[in-house]
Design a binder for this molecule. Structure first.
Ligand SMILES: Nc1nc2c(c(=O)[nH]1)N[C@@H](CN(C=O)c1ccc(C(=O)N[C@@H](CCC(=O)O)C(=O)O)cc1)CN2
Length: 310
């Protein structure tokens, strides 16, 4: 039987550092011309995870020389009030990017709000104009997580053209744009989801398998083609000792984290499946780390496109 070589760990933190260094260089050039890129982040209510992500976005802006502003309306804010906030930000020249941290409370009309952001300031790439641009292969602002995956594949010399790519998950934020980016890069793309019949039949054919369904350890070793590239977008917090032992048998570091924090994070891929792959993104420290780096990149790009022409 053919011996599998040790898979490459696709270190998102290292790739994010490369991207951020490049973004900082671009910020310097813009600042020398009197243009400081600016990002406004709207965080509604007090969802703990969202607060952590937004704080990290604002901190990264500071590190790269990007101006940032945080708006923190209470959970009770109405759609109309948020729309007025977005309109105000659309009108401000020094704000290049507007981001509404998701998820929003159930009473807020998320679609209406995302559509209210000026497409040229839509650094999340969620506005229908940017979705359409992506679909038709035109340049535009692209969703940060899938764009980060493409950067990772490119920077680590993992070819996409001609490969069978399978995306598990069809969300607007990750699954659909991921599929479109892979298709635009000339992969043969299949999108699987919760209603797919005999899902392993598809995943076993994947040269590149992207898991984005939010189910801990969903992709098991028997679902993976030997030598595939595994991209794990899932971030699932497990709070049960038996599950920690199941996913990370004999992993002292994970056990220590669990003892300290009462939870550990696992992706949508069972860590036991990594050994079957040729390369994989770990969780944490894989794709998640790229999301914020790509947001910074989109903010600078938005500034260059809108204000950098003169
Ligand atoms: N408006 C948006 N809302 C949300 C987005 C988004 O891109 N735009 N994505 C996610 C949350 N998110 C950024 O906003 C995000 C998620 C995860 C990470 C990250 O670094 N993850 C770490 C693990 C973190 C942990 O231990 O919990 C990793 O994978 O290494 C960064 C940003 C939903 N909302």
């Amino acid at each position: 039987m053919e011996k599998m070589s040790t898979p490459m760990i696709l270190d998102g933190i290292a790739v994010a550092a490369e991207i951020k260094a490049e973004v900082a260089g671009k910020v310097n050039t813009l600042v020398e011309r009197g243009l400081r890129p600016g990002l406004a982040v709207i965080l509604v209510g007090s969802v703990a995870a969202s607060e952590i992500y937004v704080r990290s976005k604002v901190k990264t802006c500071g590190e790269l020389g990007i101006f940032s502003e945080m708006l923190t309306p209470p959970e009770s804010v109405t759609t109309e009030e948020l729309l007025a906030m977005v309109e105000g930000l659309n009108a401000r020249d020094e704000i290049d990017g507007i981001l509404i941290q998701l998820p929003l409370p159930a009473h807020v009309d998320t679609k209406r709000l995302l559509e209210a952001i000026a497409p040229e300031k839509d650094v999340d790439g969620f506005h229908p104009v940017n979705v359409g641009r992506l679909q038709s292969g035109q340049p535009g602002l692209q969703p940060c997580t899938p764009a980060g995956v493409m950067e990772m594949l490119k920077r680590r010399n993992l070819p996409v053209a001609g490969k069978n790519a399978v995306v598990i998950g069809r969300s607007d934020i990750v699954g659909k744009p991921m599929a479109m980016l892979l298709l635009n890069a000339s992969a043969t793309v299949t999108v699987c989801h919760s209603r797919t019949v005999d899902l392993p039949r598809y995943t076993r054919e994947a040269d590149i398998l992207v898991a984005a369904i939010g189910r801990p350890g969903f992709v098991t070793a028997d679902m993976v083609k030997p030598g595939a590239v595994l991209v794990d977008v899932g971030i699932n917090r497990i709070t049960n000792a038996a599950e920690v032992a199941k996913f990370f048998p004999g992993d002292a570091a994970r056990e220590a984290t669990f003892a300290k924090r009462g939870s550990v994070v696992v992706g949508d891929v069972d860590p036991a499946a990594f050994a079957v792959s040729s390369a994989y993104t770990p969780v944490p420290g894989g794709v998640g780390a790229l999301t914020i780096a790509m947001l910074m990149s989109n903010t600078v790009r938005a500034c260059e496109l809108r204000r950098g022409k003169a």
